[in-house]
Ligand binder design. Structure first.
Ligand SMILES: *Cc1c(COP(=O)(O)O)cnc(C)c1O
Length: 834
C-alpha cells in the first residue's frame, strides 16, 4: 500500500494529473505545477514529487483559490479529451483487426521520474509507448520494477567516474499498485525450483497506454528472491536468468490475467523470449493441444525485434542450469527434450547453451532489425539459424527506429511546428508535413536557433556549477561556470555511452587541431559533452578522463563542457540547444542510434558516420557524413575518419554557420536546417515507426493468429502434423540432373525430383540464381508437371528462366510449402541440387 496523503476535495484531480506520465511530453500543465510550488517544480520537474512534498498548508491555500481550482478543472477536461477523442487508430477502423500488443522490454525510459532504463533501448521503449498513446494503438508495456535503476554518474576532480545506485522507492514514483477485485494486491506466481515466486504488479499510466511492472520485492518471497528484480542488468548468470524468467513467464501470465484481448507479443531483444514458451504452454493447456501444436498456433502472434549488432550481446544460459528451472515451471509439459530444440536450429543444440535471441527468432512469426543496415547485419548474425539458406533470405526485415517528437522538442520549436502544421501534426503522413513546413520563414528558423542556444548555455552553466562544486573544486574554479559557452557561437553536441566502438575520443585525437577549431578568432566553435561508461569498461572511463582534462584546461574551458550523469532530461536540453550533433560510431556497430533524430525537430543538424539510421537518411544538402559508407574496416579507419570529421567542421560547418547576410542570417545554414527539418523529422519520428510496426508486423501477425486459432486450433494442428511429416522424410529427398534447353529469351528447364513420402503439394521447387557477376539473386518457381514413369514418389518440375545468364549460374532446390506458413522463418528446411 503506498502511503498517500489526503488531498483537499477540490484538488483531488491533482493526483490524476500527476499519475499520468503524459506530463513527460505534454507541457500544458507545467504552469499549474509551478503554481502549486514554484521551487519544488523547478527543482524536480516531477509533478508526483511536487504533490508528495508540498506542504499541507499550501494545499489548503490552493483549495481555497478559485482561480487555481478553475485552472485545474480546465486541465482535467483537456486530459479527458485527449483520452476520449477519436484516435487515429479508431478513425482507421483498425480495432476489429487488432485486439492489442504487449511490448516486452527489460527497460523503459519514459522520464527521470521513473529511472528504469540504461540507454537507447529504454528510451526507445518509452518513445514507443508515448507515440502509441498519441495514435490510440492498443499497446501495453511489460517490464520490471527495479529496486535500483541503472547507475548515476559522478566525476571527481581527476576525471574519474564513480557510480551511485540510488534506491527506487515505489512510493515516490508515479506508479500505482494493481489490485484484485477483492482489494488485495494482484500477484503473479512463477514457479522456481522448490518454491513459487510471487510477483506484485504496478501500473504506470502513459496517456492512453499502460506500462505494467513486475516487482519481486514482496515480503512473501524469500530474501534472495526479493532481489531478483534488484538491479537493471545486474547480477550475472543464474540471477539474470531468473530476471528473464520473471519478465518472460511472469510477463505473459500478467498479459493473460489483465489483458486477454492481446494478440501480439512483441519481444524487444531476446530477454523476454521465455514469454513465447509460456504463451504456448498456456494455450496448449486451455485448448487440449500438444505443446508443439500450440507453438504453431501462438507463434503467428509473436514479433521479435533485435536491437544489437553483435552476436556477443545475446544472453546464453547453460542448459544444465536451465533444466531445473524448466522442470519447475513446465512440470513435464512441454518436456525438456522438446524445450531443448527451441533455442536453436532445426537440429539439436550443439554448444550446451540456450541463446535467448535465437529462441526469440525461432519462435517469432516476423523478425526485424532497427535500421536498413542493421537489417542486413541481422541477416548475417542470425544466418546460423537457417543453415544452407542464402544470407539474403534469412527472414529478418527492418523497421527503422524513430523518436517521439513531443518529448524532445523545445517549447519554441513546438510553437513553430504548430503554426506551420497544426497541433495534431505527428499523426499525419510524413510527406504532407514536409510541404507545409517549407513555408516557415528563414527569420523564424534562425530565431529559433538563437533562443535554443541561449537556453542551453544557461542550463549548462547551472549544471556545471553544481558539478564543479561537487567535484571539490575551489570557488574560483566553480565561478568559471558562470562564463562558459557563448550563446552566439556554433555549438556542437556529443552525448552517448562512452565505449570503444562509439569512438567518443575521435574528436580529441588531435587536441591541437580541436583547440584551433574551438578558439578560432572569427569562427569559433564550442562543444558540450556527456556520457556514462559502463562500470566495467575501463577504456570508456579513460576516454571520459581525457575529455575532463581537456575541458579543465584554462585555455579551452570556456569552449568545452563535459556534463556528468547523462540521462533523459540532460539529453532533452542538449538536443534542443545544439547546432550540430556529432556521432562517430565505427561502422556497422551502431544498430540504429536515435539521439541524432532528436535534434531534427529542433533544427539541429547531424554530422555522423554513415552508420545506423544516418546511412539511410543522409543527403549532402541536409547534413554531413563521415566516410562514404562503403569502405571496409581497416587499420587506419579511425585516423581517416578523424581527418574527415575535422575537415567537415573546419571547411563546411564553421564557414556556413558564420556566413551571414546583411540581416545577420546565414542563409545556406538555414536552408540546410529547413531541408533536415522538413525531410527527416516526421520520417524518423515515432509515429511513423509505430505505424510501420502496425502495417508490417502487428496486423499481419494478428491475421495469421486468427486463422490458426480458429476451430480450436485446427489450422495449427494441421501445420504441426505437416512439419512433423516433412522433418522425418526430408533426408530422403533427391534432386536429379536438371535439363536446360536454350530458348530465344532464356532457358526452359525440367528437373526430376524424388520426394519419397512427401507429397508434391507440401513443397515448392525453385531455381535459384546465384548473385554472381553483378546479377541480383533470383528465385524462380517451377511447376509440378506429373509423375516420373516407373518411379515411386518422383516427379518432373518445369519452368522458364528469362534472361541471358549461363545455366551454370542456376541451382535447383526444394523448400517446404504450406498455406500460411512462413518459410524459412517457421521451418528452415531446404534441399539443394548437388
Ligand atoms: C536517446 C538516448 C540514448 C540513445 O542514443 P544513441 O544515439 O543510441 O546513443 C541514450 N541515452 C539517453 C539518455 C537518450 O536520451
Amino acid at each position: 500500500m503506498i502511503p498517500w496523503r489526503d488531498l483537499p476535495a477540490p484538488l483531488a484531480a491533482l493526483r490524476e494529473l500527476a499519475l499520468d506520465l503524459r506530463w513527460t511530453w505534454s507541457h500544458e500543465a507545467d504552469e499549474l505545477w509551478a503554481r502549486v510550488d514554484d521551487v519544488l517544480w523547478r527543482g524536480t520537474r516531477n509533478p508526483w514529487t511536487v504533490l508528495d512534498d508540498v506542504s499541507t498548508q499550501r494545499l489548503a491555500e490552493l483549495a481555497a483559490d478559485a482561480g487555481f481550482v478553475a485552472h485545474l478543472d480546465r486541465l482535467v477536461v483537456a486530459r479527458r479529451a485527449y483520452l476520449t477523442d477519436r484516435s487515429w487508430f479508431a478513425e482507421e477502423r483498425l480495432g476489429a483487426r487488432l485486439g492489442g500488443v504487449a511490448w516486452f522490454s527489460m527497460e523503459f525510459g519514459l522520464g527521470e521520474a521513473l529511472p528504469l532504463y540504461a540507454g537507447g533501448l529504454g528510451v526507445l521503449a518509452g518513445d514507443f509507448l508515448k507515440a502509441a498513446s498519441d495514435l490510440g494503438l492498443p499497446v501495453i508495456g511489460i517490464g520490471l520494477l527495479y529496486q535500483e535503476g541503472y547507475f548515476r554518474q559522478m566525476i571527481d576532480a581527476e576525471g574519474r567516474q564513480f557510480e551511485a545506485f540510488p534506491y527506487n522507492d515505489p512510493s515516490s514514483m508515479p506508479i500505482e499498485p494493481v489490485r484484485e477485485a477483492g482489494g488485495g494486491w494482484l500477484r503473479i506466481p512463477v514457479e522456481l525450483p522448490g518454491r513459487v515466486l510471487q510477483l506484485r504488479v504496478w501500473r504506470v499510466i502513459v496517456g492512453r497506454t499502460r506500462l505494467y511492472l513486475l516487482d519481486s520485492n514482496d515480503p512473501v518471497n524469500g530474501p534472495v528472491d526479493r532481489g531478483i528484480a534488484g538491479k537493471l542488468y545486474g547480477g550475472g548468470g543464474e540471477m539474470r536468468m531468473m530476471q528473464e524468467i520473471v519478465l518472460g513467464i511472469g510477463g505473459w501470465r500478467l498479459v493473460e490475467a489483465l489483458h486477454p484481448e492481446i494478440e501480439v507479443c512483441h519481444l524487444n531483444e531476446g530477454h523476454a523470449a521465455f514469454a513465447v514458451l509460456e504463451r504456448a504452454r498456456a494455450f496448449a493447456k486451455r485448448h487440449g493441444l500438444s505443446f508443439s501444436e500450440a507453438l504453431w498456433a501462438t507463434r503467428a502472434g509473436n514479433v521479435f525485434t533485435t536491437h544489437t549488432p553483435v552476436a556477443a550481446g545475446f544472453d546464453r544460459y547453460p542448459l544444465d542450469a536451465l533444466t531445473r528451472y524448466v522442470q519447475a515451471w513446465a512440470a513435464g509439459e512441454p518436456t525438456f527434450a522438446e524445450l531443448q530444440q527451441l533455442g536453436v536450429t532445426e537440429g539439436p543444440i550443439s554448444d550446451g547453451a540456450l541463446n535467448m535471441a535465437y529462441l526469440a527468432a525461432r519462435r517469432a512469426f516476423l523478425s526485424f532489425g532497427v535500421s536498413r543496415l542493421h537489417g542486413a547485419v541481422s541477416r548475417r548474425i542470425f544466418q546460423p539459424l537457417y543453415p544452407r539458406w542464402p544470407e539474403h533470405e534469412v527472414p529478418f526485415g527492418h523497421i527503422t527506429n524513430g523518436v517521439h517528437a513531443p518529448t524532445w522538442d523545445s517549447a519554441e520549436a513546438d510553437a513553430i511546428w504548430t503554426r506551420a502544421c497544426g497541433k495534431e501534426r505527428w499523426r499525419h503522413e510524413p510527406e504532407d508535413m514536409g510541404e507545409r513546413c517549407e513555408m516557415i520563414e528563414d527569420q523564424e528558423l534562425w530565431a529559433l536557433r538563437g533562443a535554443a542556444r541561449e537556453a542551453l548555455v544557461r542550463s549548462v552553466r547551472t549544471r556545471l556549477g553544481v558539478h564543479l562544486s561537487g567535484r571539490g573544486h575551489p570557488p574560483e574554479v566553480v565561478a568559471v561556470s558562470e562564463t562558459v559557452l557563448d550563446p552566439n557561437v556554433l555549438t556542437l553536441g556529443f552525448a552517448r555511452r562512452f565505449t570503444a566502438y562509439k569512438r567518443p575520443d575521435l574528436l580529441l585525437s588531435d587536441p591541437a587541431r580541436l583547440a584551433r577549431l574551438l578558439c578560432d578568432e572569427t569562427r569559433p566553435a564550442q562543444l558540450v559533452l556527456a556520457g556514462k561508461a559502463h562500470p566495467d569498461d575501463e577504456a570508456g572511463k579513460r576516454m571520459i578522463q581525457e575529455w575532463i582534462r581537456f575541458a579543465q584546461d584554462p585555455r579551452y574551458r570556456r569552449r568545452v563542457v563535459f556534463l556528468e550523469d547523462y540521462d533523459i532530461s540532460l539529453a532533452q536540453e542538449l538536443v534542443r540547444g545544439v547546432d550540430v550533433w556529432i556521432n562517430t560510431p565505427r561502422r556497422p556497430w551502431e544498430a540504429c542510434g536515435t539521439s541524432g533524430m532528436k535534434v531534427l525537430v529542433n533544427g539541429g543538424l547531424n554530422l555522423s558516420t554513415l552508420d545506423g539510421w544516418w546511412e539511410e537518411a543522409y543527403r549532402p544538402d541536409l547534413g554531413w557524413a563521415i566516410g562514404d559508407g562503403k569502405v571496409a574496416e581497416s587499420a587506419d579507419q579511425d585516423s581517416r575518419d578523424a581527418e574527415e570529421l575535422y575537415a567537415v567542421l573546419e571547411r563546411e560547418a564553421a564557414p556556413t554557420f558564420y556566413d551571414r547576410d546583411a540581416s545577420g542570417i546565414p542563409r545556406a545554414w538555414v536552408a540546410r536546417m529547413r531541408r533536415s527539418m522538413t525531410d527527416l523529422t516526421a520520417k524518423y519520428g515515432a509515429s511513423r515507426m509505430v505505424r510501420e510496426y502496425l502495417d508490417k508486423a502487428y496486423l499481419p501477425a494478428a491475421r495469421a493468429l486468427h486463422e490458426r486459432v480458429a476451430d480450436g486450433g485446427a489450422g495449427a494442428k494441421a501445420m504441426a502434423a505437416w512439419s512433423g511429416r516433412l522433418k522425418n522424410a526430408w533426408p530422403n529427398i533427391h534432386i536429379g540432373q536438371p535439363d536446360y534447353v536454350r530458348q530465344a529469351d532464356g532457358w526452359e528447364v525440367s528437373v526430376p525430383v524424388y520426394l519419397g513420402e512427401i507429397a508434391p503439394a507440401d513443397v515448392r521447387m525453385e531455381i535459384y540464381g546465384e548473385p554472381l557477376s553483378g546479377f541480383a539473386p533470383e528465385v524462380i518457381a517451377l511447376s509440378h508437371d506429373g509423375a516420373i514413369t516407373g518411379a515411386v514418389g518422383a516427379y518432373f518440375w518445369r519452368g522458364r528462366i528469362p534472361g541471358a545468364r549461363p545455366a551454370d549460374d542456376y541451382t535447383a532446390r526444394v523448400v517446404p510449402s504450406h498455406a500460411g506458413v512462413r518459410t524459412p522463418a517457421e521451418i528452415a528446411l531446404i534441399h539443394w541440387q548437388r
